[in-house]
Each structure stands twice: as C-alpha cells, then as structure tokens.
Design a protein around this ligand. Sequence first.
Ligand code: SF4
Ligand code: SF4
Length: 281
Amino acid sequence: MHDSFGVREIFEEIRSILADPDVNRLGPDCAEPAWDGPLIGVSRGDDPLYAEFQETIGPFHWTPLEALRAGFPGIDVAASDLAVVVWALPQTAATRRDHRACTALPSRRWSLARHYGEAVNDRLRDRLVRVLVDAGYPAVAPVRLPAFGRETSERFGIASRWSERHAAYASALGTFGLSDGLITERGKAVRFGSVVAAIDLPPTPRPYSDRNGYCLHPSGCDACIRRCPTGAISAEGHDKERCFAYIRETTMPFVEDELGLPVASCGFCQTGVPCESRRPR
Ligand code: SF4
Ligand code: SF4
C-alpha cells in the first residue's frame, strides 16, 4: 500500500534536505551552503524525448523504464507508470564570484562544490529514493546504480548511461547552450540530480520546443568560447575530448595539490558568461 505522495510532498522533501545546514555545506570544515535553493521539474517516463535521447546518444543510454529495471529487475510496470523528478542546484553567489575571477585554474570554492557539493547531491538522490521506496513507490537514482557508467557514443564520444542534463531538459528545467551545459532560469552554473519512480506525478509543462532556445549564440554571443582556457568550445559546439583532457591533465592535478582530492573541477564556461546565473534575454 502507498502512502499518499504528490509533487508537493516530493518538492518539500528536496527543499527540506537542502535547508539542513548539516547536510548542505561546502565541506566538513566549511559551514557555508554548497547550493542555493533548487529548481525542480517532472517529466513522464513515456515522454517521447527519452526515446529520442536513446536514439541520438546511443542504445546504451537508458530510458526511464530501463533505469528503473536496472534497480528492480523484472518489475512489472510500463513507461507510462513512471515519473522522472529532476532538480537543479545553483552555485552560490560566493562560489560564482570566486570562479568568475579565475581564468585557467579553478577557484577553491568551485572545487569544494564539485566534491563536497556533489556528495550533498548524492545524499539527496539516496534520501529521495529511500523516502519513495519506504512509501511504496519503487524508485532509483540512475547515476547511483552499480550499472551506471560511461560508454562511447558514436555521435558524441564519451557519454553516460543516464544524462541528468537531458532529463532536466525533458523536465522543463532549461535548454542547452553552445557549451553543452543546460541554461536554466538560474543560469548554467548548476548541478543536476534525478530520480525515476513508479509514481503518478503530473509533468511540468515545457515552455520551449527548441533545444537551444535560451542560448544567445545564434545572435552573436561567444562568451563561453572565450572563457574556455583550452579552446574546447567553438561555433560548432563542445569538443568533449579536448575538455576532458584539460581537466585530466591540468585542473585535476592542481586541485589534488590544493585540496588533496582528485576533483574534476573546471567550469569556466559556466561563469563570467551572460547565462551564468539566469536565462539571458
Ligand atoms: S555564453 Fe553565450 S553562447 Fe555560451 S551558452 Fe551562454 S548564451 Fe550560449
Ligand atoms: S569545462 Fe573547462 S575545459 Fe571544458 S569546456 Fe568548460 S571551460 Fe572548457
């Protein structure tokens, strides 16, 4: 039997976790919040966009039903029984300010958010799954499943089995920018999280149909091209191999020296740009 759970209860759960200063913090020695208040959206498991994502990214990319079945093998549900809940966690003003001032090596706050802030995001994913499962709704956080990992997409190179950015696009949270990041109402300096559950939630209406609708590039913006220290963004888009090579060879060793942690921290293309903290108009 299900406890009664709706969009309001789920959104409240996410917000209350982030309102807890013992959870939402930049690190064990830093009581500052890792994230500002979240944006939250919902899409249905049978939204045709998920089949499109699989077709364009590659057959390894999960649909919501495949993700749920990776956690609950053989579960007897249909794609139309599922909801995908996605949240965007905006970087704080202090983190954005520090990072905006950097040009080649990441700010300490940005790296702390990438490491400890992502651990907060994992707690959020795990807690929401537990709450839903305890209430009688089978649920998974796809990126927390043992089967989650990276594959090679013929079209896009390195790609994961579940893209939270794409789920965010489907769930009305924003559209893609030239740099591949998703531009939300709180900008592109955000991290995403998601949970797939067998629960009947209404989808958030998408106020766009153009996947690049919020990006100013076609009207001449090239700020993210200029911000990238390694030339990984051009008018043609985002060169993932070049981006990952810069992170692997330059920023990760720097952050490991600075924090003693191997953190994939970069994101210059997410700050010092018109889409940093809002939808540019
Ligand atoms: S910086 Fe300009 S071109 Fe790059 S994603 Fe943002 S709006 Fe688009
Ligand atoms: S993450 Fe760093 S290397 Fe990659 S595109 Fe953005 S600025 Fe360039």
